[in-house]
Design a binder for this molecule. Sequence first.
Ligand SMILES: Nc1nc2c(ncn2[C@@H]2O[C@H](COP(=O)(O)OP(=O)(O)OP(=O)(O)O)[C@@H](O)[C@H]2O)c(=O)[nH]1
Ligand SMILES: [Mg+2]
Ligand SMILES: [Zn+2]
Length: 297
Amino acid sequence: MSRSERPPAAKDEPSPEPGVWGDVIEMVGKRVRVRLDPDASGGGGGEHVLPVRAKIAISDRVRVHEGAAVAFAPRTAELMRSGLHKTQVVCANASMLVMVVAAREPPFRAGLIDRVLVAAGAAGMKASIVLNKCDQGMPSEVLEKLARYEALGYPIFLVSALQQKGLEELTAMLSEHTSVFVGHSGVGKTSLLQVIVPGVVRDIGVLDQWGRGRHTTIAAVRFDLPGGGRVIDVPGVREFGLEHIDRENLHAYFPELADLRCKFRDCLHMGEEGCGAEDVCAEDRLESYQKLMEELV
Ligand SMILES: Nc1nc2c(ncn2[C@@H]2O[C@H](COP(=O)(O)OP(=O)(O)OP(=O)(O)O)[C@@H](O)[C@H]2O)c(=O)[nH]1
Ligand SMILES: [Mg+2]
Ligand SMILES: [Zn+2]
């Protein structure tokens, strides 16, 4: 319908919101790349590069009008990470957190896993753990710890991106979700993506037009998987602060403590009389919990 054919808007009727909805599929520096939805006729689509606004996170749904984000859709989930001075949204609208770890390079750190699992729980996301670089060996103490996480309900995947081993089960899980790969720098998050999503290197290469050189450490990117599902690759993390979580709620994100009833109803599992935490919680898991409780004061 041409402009002249359009019926005049009723006087007090708000004019329809201008712009087109799309997904934030890449964030680097002060820019975001938005992939616009196709229109009803199957046309439209295309991509826009916009300046970052404080609110935007990777995988957000935004409405784009005249080169700017003019509206944000409510997020189904918000993975948060906080530092001393600020809280950051790691990604929006993901349903599965995939904690990627290595046994040796970089070293396995259960403390970081515990923190990230808490962040996933607080975001209302499911979580799983991928041990990558299995070609470098699978030390029994690492496998024992992973078995404990599995018993707590977190699926475990033993894989090697290098040898392309163990990827079928992981890919099947990923096809059901929008997932985010989280982990220490160098565990192989981007390497995994490269073997799971064909052609991914070229896709990341588009960043070159912004003169940013190498991609993996600075950009957050979301990819569609060929068999369904989406994966978000974010820069590696060294620390994962949880200041945004109420300490009274922390136990809810430790499955072994979530429903624990101790002698006192308001037991915080910090060594109180009649506390049952030691009976249900592995020693280092309880240590992680107590360390976090002390941090969140
Ligand atoms: N032996 C072995 N090396 C691997 C494997 N996967 C990745 N690597 C190597 O580990 C190094 C880091 O891999 P990346 O994929 O860049 O790691 P990343 O987690 O994306 O790192 P950041 O982007 O910095 O967070 C590279 O040298 C990879 O070749 C694997 O399965 N086995
Ligand atoms: Mg990477
Ligand atoms: Zn207790």
